[in-house]
Design a protein. Structure first.
Length: 128
């Protein structure tokens, strides 16, 4: 591993930089499988961007964080399903007459729109 650095610098992976971000710092771990250094946070971020990233899964399994990430993904799926149910309920309320729904304000519509956009992003990430 390169000597401890006080500042981050970009270094090619074949010269000791992170496989993903190319930074060389004291947080790097070595992958025997890929013969390269990597940050655990970079592996996590790669899997957040693309849960099907085969390289990132190899890193995760080898470095002992795959089970943790799989658990997090399961939780995230449950949260997304709950948010989707809330979104459907909120959508029905959004079209209710004003006298039946007190929270029909600009704030509510913005929150509703943001939730809908987040769910759309989640669906795209899942390939739906």
């Amino acid at each position: 591993m390169p000597e401890r650095l006080t500042d981050e610098r970009l270094v090619a992976p074949h010269d000791g930089g992170c496989w993903y971000c190319h930074k060389a710092d004291e947080n790097l771990v070595f992958s025997i499988e890929w013969d390269a250094y990597v940050h655990l946070t970079c592996v996590r971020e790669a899997l957040e961007r693309d849960p099907q990233d085969a390289e990132a899964w190899v890193f995760a399994r080898e470095l002992g964080i795959a089970a943790e990430i799989i658990t997090e993904l399961r939780v995230l799926r449950r949260v997304a399903k709950a948010a989707e149910r809330a979104h459907r309920r909120a959508e029905r309320l959004d079209y209710a007459p004003d006298d039946q729904w007190a929270m029909r304000s600009q704030e509510w519509r913005e929150a509703h729109r943001a939730l809908g956009e987040a769910l759309a992003d989640w669906r795209r990430a899942r390939g739906e």
